[in-house]
Write a protein that binds this ligand. Structure first.
Ligand code: SF4
Ligand code: F3S
Length: 363
């Protein structure tokens, strides 16, 4: 295994134009809410960096995280980012199998010791010595401990790796836990979601490549640039919520009119993620736009938080205040409240508003 080429060399080999690359950097700067002008600094830095080795370990999971990442549009942000790193081991995506696959993982760990990025999806079963999930005859626990030792940083991709996920649901027969429950001496970033948004994964990788450090994190270890707001903060149905207009069933007049899904169990008010702005499938849609409430898939323990279709147990302050206000003084007052609320935009909100689908696509 030899030292990896620079990103500029790699992009040239792949026939990716400088214009596409600059567009990508501009989109990254916007998504991460970086100051104006930082796109060119990102481009200059990224062009010079050596593509880092990435080892991706898939443990107790459904492969949804990888499926999400591979839903690409040509050429995508996602495919570009994978030209930016050297993916040296990934069960699902690698061509090698059996002994050759394990050998490439061991070679990468040795050659790039202390420098490689370790990406993990899936939870780690620790009950009964971790026997409930093994790869090449070794437990996930054993493999994680070994790979984490030489990693520069660890990215826990998806709610299973970040928080334990569905395998952790009661009664948790395998003793499934999150990466951060086991590894305590390495920087860990959680990119939660079931699955996570592909552009968020690529955004975090781009940030790491550019600045050589993980981005600012929230109290759940998630990048603030993407998880700093709730779905509810940016939901396009929010004006209906503010007016107290709620769908009561999935096929009533309110549902047909696109009213708020709060009473149908939407967990948007308590869920932090970028779905309402970044969306899915190249910016096409997100669960609420498809007519279903948010189930809170990027939050810890969403799997044991009761029915997806039961309204949140206690209305948030916003609900009681704003919806009651709407009922009493009418829609005009509520719209005003909403306008005031929407007027308090963070820099991240303002920046993301400028991001269009086209920004995320290459040529
Ligand atoms: Fe959107 Fe759900 Fe909030 Fe209603 S409750 S505005 S559907 S996030
Ligand atoms: Fe998950 Fe809610 Fe987004 S269910 S995909 S965080 S809208």
């Amino acid at each position: 295994m030899t030292e990896h080429e620079t990103l500029a060399q790699r992009l040239q080999q792949q026939g990716i134009s400088r214009r596409s690359f600059l567009k990508f950097c501009a989109a990254m700067a916007t998504m991460m809410a970086l100051p104006p002008g930082s796109a060119s600094a990102i481009a200059a830095t990224l062009a010079k960096v050596k593509r880092p080795s990435v080892i991706w370990l898939s443990f107790q999971e459904c492969t949804g995280c990888t499926e999400s990442l591979t839903r690409s549009h040509s050429p995508t942000l996602e495919s570009m980012i994978f030209d930016m790193v050297s993916l040296d081991y990934h069960h699902t995506l690698q061509a090698a199998s059996g002994f050759a696959a394990e050998q490439s993982r061991e070679d990468a760990m040795k050659e790039f010791h202390g420098k490689y990025l370790l990406l993990v999806d899936g939870s780690i079963p620790i009950k009964d010595g971790g026997v409930y999930s093994t790869i090449a005859g070794r437990t996930n626990l054993d493999m994680l401990l070994e790979a984490a030792e030489g990693a520069a940083a660890i990215v826990a991709v998806g709610s299973c790796a970040a928080f334990g996920g569905l395998p952790n649901a009661q009664p948790n027969p395998t003793g499934a836990v999150a990466v951060s429950d086991i590894i305590k001496d390495k920087p860990i970033i959680n990119i939660s979601g079931c699955p996570p948004i592909p552009a968020v994964i690529t955004g975090v990788l781009a940030h790491y490549l550019t600045f050589g450090a993980l981005p600012a994190l929230d109290d759940q270890g998630r990048p603030k640039a993407f998880y700093g707001e709730t779905i509810h903060d940016r939901c396009y149905r929010r004006p209906f919520y503010d007016q107290g207009k709620f769908a009561k069933t999935f096929d009533d007049e309110g549902a047909r009119n696109g009213w708020c899904l709060y009473e149908l169990g939407c967990k948007g008010p308590t869920t932090h993620n970028a779905c309402a702005t970044t969306k899915w499938n190249g910016g096409t849609s997100f669960p609420i736009e498809s007519g279903h409430g948010c189930i809170g898939c990027s939050e810890p323990k969403f799997w044991d938080a009761g029915s997806f279709y039961a309204p949140l147990p206690a209305p948030t302050a916003d609900v009681s205040t704003v919806a009651k206000a709407a009922a009493v003084v009418g829609a005009v007052a509520a719209v005003t409240v909403g306008a005031i609320d929407r007027g308090k935009k963070t820099q991240a909100q303002k920046s993301r508003e400028k991001l269009t689908v086209d920004d995320l696509k290459g040529e």
